[in-house]
Design a binder for this molecule. Structure first.
Ligand code: GDP
Ligand code: IMO
Ligand code: MG
Length: 427
């Protein structure tokens, strides 16, 4: 199994960073294919916590090569600040981090327009991360974006920025009554940023192809989650890229024949950050019995917002397993359920044969629940799957049965070692 895709199965923040870090020990290459610094991936290793936004979560292992693919959108300010973070942690990355020349650049007007559009939407706001992701992808689709290759060429960058800024200033003024942005300060600042990023630009697509041809192990790191996918997610409460396993091909620039396996990361419950429908969201009394946000590590990695919490939804998972062709589940955060008396699993929505496509249907969906007894003891110290308390194993087995997919690993804590392996990936 030389190449594995790790993808989020819910609305993001499933624990992809932890899973990528774990598998990176056995992989040579780790690539991000889409998204930008809207993503926040957390790793806890050797007593230290790391948070990555665009840098692949495999960077901690010194033997890896890491790639940022052509389907991503790059905010140079944020990426360079991630680089500073790596230097502070003494993680050597200069010769093993490669940035595709096809990735698009998030400019200051993208961030501003993201925030202004959200404000203008009022109660209909998506609840974006405010990082300019949507406006940047919109420019890409509209053929008015700036790609890394052009960003690194002062002449091309000047010409493209002049054109783009003229249009953006009209948009800012006409739609939002906002004053114009000045060309010179932006050009000068971004020109300096380009100089600092230049040495990372590389033919990522060719490097990945060559690695695959040699049979070397490649990990593709998904960002966001399946239901934030711009086509198949809970539109319009979605992000602006393809977050599915299939998106890895177009985003990293690899062909489907290079992908061998898809691991879907799913929390043992469900969360979502930002607005939009969430059928199994906890009622206030249920939430009061759930571990608080800080204990459950459910404060957003990127924006610090409290994540909304709900019961595990296997109707949703069956849908996202179908969208991704998921081979195995990585079931994370089982330990967060440790203290609960009862745990619910949603098995379907009343009157729905297939997962609803409209907001109206999703907003009025009535989940059908099974109630399972809690195990009421800590799973944090468990080292092998068989030592889990009986009701915890029964919970995992029921999830596998309802989803029709086996769990390849179960995670019982944020740290690397708090992982119960059921499958030896890459072997
Ligand atoms: P990602 O975006 O999918 O990488 O997930 P995030 O890092 O944004 O959010 C997951 C949070 O849960 C992080 O704080 C992780 O450290 C934490 N986490 C991951 N797996 C586990 C687990 O099994 N148990 C607990 N308690 N925390 C976990
Ligand atoms: P990771 O990779 C959770 C959500 C935002 C918002 C919607 C659109 O850490 O799982 P955007 O800024 O992308 O235009 O916001 O998508 N969102 C995420 N939610 N995890 C993420 O990434 C997310 N990236 C975007 O909260 O609802
Ligand atoms: Mg996250």
């Amino acid at each position: 199994m030389p190449s594995i895709v790790v993808i989020g199965m819910q609305w993001g923040d499933e624990g992809k960073g932890k899973v990528i870090d774990l598998l990176s020990e056995r992989a040579g290459h780790i690539a991000r294919a889409q998204g930008g610094n809207n993503a926040g991936h957390t790793i806890v290793a050797k007593g230290q916590e790391y948070r990555f936004h665009v840098v692949p979560s495999g960077i901690i292992y010194p033997h890896t090569k890491c790639y940022i693919g052509g389907g991503t959108v790059i905010d140079p300010v944020s990426l360079l600040s991630e680089f500073e973070g790596l230097r502070t942690r003494q993680i050597d990355f200069e010769d093993r981090l490669f940035l595709s020349r096809y990735a698009h650049v998030v400019m200051p007007y993208h961030r501003l327009l993201d925030q202004l559009a959200e404000k203008a939407k009022g109660t209909a706001a998506v609840g974006t991360t405010g990082r300019g992701i949507g406006p940047c992808y919109a420019d890409k689709a509209n053929r008015s974006g700036i790609r890394i290759a052009d960003f690194l060429n002062p002449k091309a960058f000047r010409a493209q920025l002049e054109k783009a800024l003229a249009m953006k200033n009209r948009e800012l003024e006409n739609l939002y009554g906002h004053g114009p942005l000045e060309f010179d300060p932006i050009f000068d600042e971004y020109q300096r940023l380009a100089e600092r990023l230049g040495s990372f630009a590389a033919p990522v697509e060719e490097l990945l192809f060559a690695a695959a041809k040699k049979g070397e192990r490649i990990l593709f790191e998904g960002a966001q989650g399946a239901l934030l996918d711009t086509t198949f997610g809970t539109y319009p409460f979605v992000t602006s890229s393809c977050t599915l396993a299939g998106g890895v091909c177009s985003g990293a620039g690899v062909g489907p024949s290079l992908i061998d396996q898809t691991i879907g990361v799913a929390k043992a419950y469900t969360t979502r950050v930002g607005n939009g429908p969430f059928p199994t969201e906890l009622k206030p009394d249920e939430l009061s019995r759930f571990p608080d946000h800080s204990t459950a590590r459910e404060l957003g990695t990127t924006t610090g917002r409290k994540r909304r919490i709900g019961w595990l939804d296997t109707f949703l998972l069956k849908h996202t397993i179908c969208l991704n062709g998921t081979d195995f589940l990585a079931l994370t955060k089982l330990d967060i359920l440790d203290g609960l008396d009862e745990i619910k699993i949603c098995t379907g929505y009343k009157h729905c044969r297939s997962f609803p496509a409209t907001l109206d249907e999703l907003q009025s969906a009535e989940p059908i629940y099974e109630t399972h007894p809690g195990w009421k003891q800590s799973t944090r110290g468990v080292e092998v799957y068989n030592d889990l308390p009986g009701p915890a194993k029964a919970y995992v087995r029921r999830v596998e049965e309802l989803c029709g997919v086996s769990a390849g690993l179960v995670s019982v804590g944020p740290e690397r070692e708090k992982t119960l392996w059921l499958d030896r990936f890459f072997e």
